[in-house]
Ligand binder design. Sequence first.
Ligand SMILES: Nc1ncnc2c1ncn2[C@@H]1O[C@H](COP(=O)(O)OP(=O)(O)O)[C@@H](O)[C@H]1O
Ligand SMILES: [Mg+2]
Length: 300
Amino acid sequence: MIEFNNVTKYYKSNVGLDNVTVKINRGDFVFLVGPSGAGKSTFIKLILKELEADKGTIKVRGEDVTKMAARQVPGLRRNIGIVFQNFRLLPKKTVYENVAFAMEIVHAPRKKIKKQVPQVLSMMGISESAKKYPDELSAGEQQRVAIARAIVNKPKILIADEPTGNLDPDTAWEIMQLLNMINQRGTTILMVTHAKDIVDKMEKRVIAIENGRIVRDEFGMYGYRQALLGDDSAFDESAVKEPWTRDTLSATRRTLRRYRSGGQSGRQSGSSQFSGRPASEQRESQRDDRTRFSRGGQDR
Ligand SMILES: Nc1ncnc2c1ncn2[C@@H]1O[C@H](COP(=O)(O)OP(=O)(O)O)[C@@H](O)[C@H]1O
Ligand SMILES: [Mg+2]
């Protein structure tokens, strides 16, 4: 679906991405994590051809965007829905109009708009708010509208840039359930986030970048899953130069040690951002997940 091959992007002397090779498959749900300045936005902008790569090739749905002509770019972007942290709704349009507008600009027939907008509002649980304006909605409702707008044209890919950054933990979790549902209906999702709690609980693929390089690509955890799986020797914290990553790694290992030594679960340890429990144990009822999630969020 999205394929980077040896992609490098510099901003003068600043590294944006440094020789990145990665493949995101159709139907994947991928978290893109990493500290500020790591290259996350660069990665997204390259997919959308808002930036040109210096080196390498980037394929989106089989097409090489690095060789794409300017007139083909709108077509590329039409297949990619985008959701932002700050919603970016049109303030003078109603909920319905905001979503309908996304179809109008791609010249969808009126009949199709009339059919699809109510459908997607219903899917996002905001049918009742159709006639309201964005400033009459809660943050969570605004993000639902923004997601409705992003998916109303049925894009194959949905990119979400910190979509839960402005939301309280319970609302953030609701938004994650919606994204999960959209993913299960076949849309490939790439989500940039700093929300460790969410990443850990979702159990999806996590690509971590630092200084423009992919430093980790595995399933399940924001932190270092391998450390959780027990191979302590493979990790030398002191070798990790980026303080944010080093701290994350250290926190994960501390939790792990606590978990291993006392049979103490992550739930009891309370203040830890990492539950430190094996994935199988983490698959409990959703209600339990939500309780833990909201508590974890407030701890921070
Ligand atoms: N327009 C720009 N001009 C110069 N440097 C930039 C520009 N955009 C990003 N950078 C640099 O590229 C690196 C990666 O940035 P970015 O992709 O925005 O990171 P992230 O989104 O992970 O915070 C950073 O060092 C940043 O300072
Ligand atoms: Mg960014």
